[in-house]
Design a protein around this ligand. Structure first.
Ligand code: ATP
Length: 219
């Protein structure tokens, strides 16, 4: 179903959200205080508008209270980001996602009712560090503050052994929830199935346990 989104702040992050939502065939209203940025995205977004979103009248004129999903991607100006979020929640926007600049900003956003707080630089940094640390780790996805999913490519050290042989759950407390093998995905794999070289294991667990498991794979 096609949904309406509004993106406030057209820096690199906000602009990339606009582009991706348009790719996904959603309707997007793009808003920025800076006329040049708005002009840049006028032909890409479904609608665009120039406005200071810390002004309640601007939000009302743009009809932002009728949107179910608004993304606040105002970066450096933390005060504007907080005030915009507060006004949007007061106006009854159901889901407000906000880019946080740092942990203090994130804590304030949580307190004032932001529905999703995004830390793009921190999250990307974590993902890249995990990939760099081990050639086995293909991707790393944070599920919560304590749990993540990692994609691990089976090298020699895992090949030709079953999950039962490796006893990963008992040894590390993590679970292999699926195995990608060429085009196939084996969901909830049978523990007796042998892992093949180049299989991709999708592993879920507590961050500390996953880190221990990742370290055990570093050759
Ligand atoms: P990124 O790291 O995503 O590139 P950035 O560093 O470019 O972000 P900023 O320039 O701080 O982020 O802010 C993003 C956008 O938010 C800018 O285009 C800025 O004009 C816009 N912006 C800032 N304050 C407001 C406001 N009060 N109302 C609307 N837009 C605003």
């Amino acid at each position: 179903m096609k949904k309406d989104y509004a993106v406030i702040g057209l820096g690199r992050f906000g602009a990339s959200i606009v582009r991706e939502l348009i790719e996904l065939e959603m309707d997007v209203l793009a808003v920025d205080i800076d006329e040049n940025r708005v002009n840049e995205y006028a032909d890409i977004a479904t609608k665009s508008a120039i406005g200071d979103t810390t002004d309640e009248r601007v939000l009302k004129n743009l009809g932002l209270g009728n949107f179910d999903n608004v993304i606040v991607a105002i970066g450096d100006n933390i005060q504007s980001s907080i005030l915009t979020t507060l006004l949007l929640k007061d106006m009854g926007v159901k889901h407000v996602s906000v880019k946080a600049q740092n942990n203090y900003h994130a804590r304030v956003l949580d307190k004032i009712g932001a529905d999703m707080v995004i830390h793009p630089e921190r999250d990307m940094g974590k993902r890249i560090a995990h990939k760099l640390a081990s050639t086995s780790v293909l991707d790393y996805l944070e599920l919560s503050d304590e749990h993540s999913i990692v994609e691990i490519k089976a090298q020699e050290n895992l090949a030709d052994q079953s999950l039962l042989d490796l006893d990963i759950r008992a040894e590390y407390g993590v679970s292999v929830i699926a195995i990608k093998r060429d085009e196939d995905i084996i969901v909830s794999p049978d523990p007796t199935v042998n892992i093949q070289r180049d299989d991709i294991l999708i592993v879920i667990g507590d961050d500390q346990d996953l880190t221990r498991f990742e370290k055990s794979l570093i050759d």
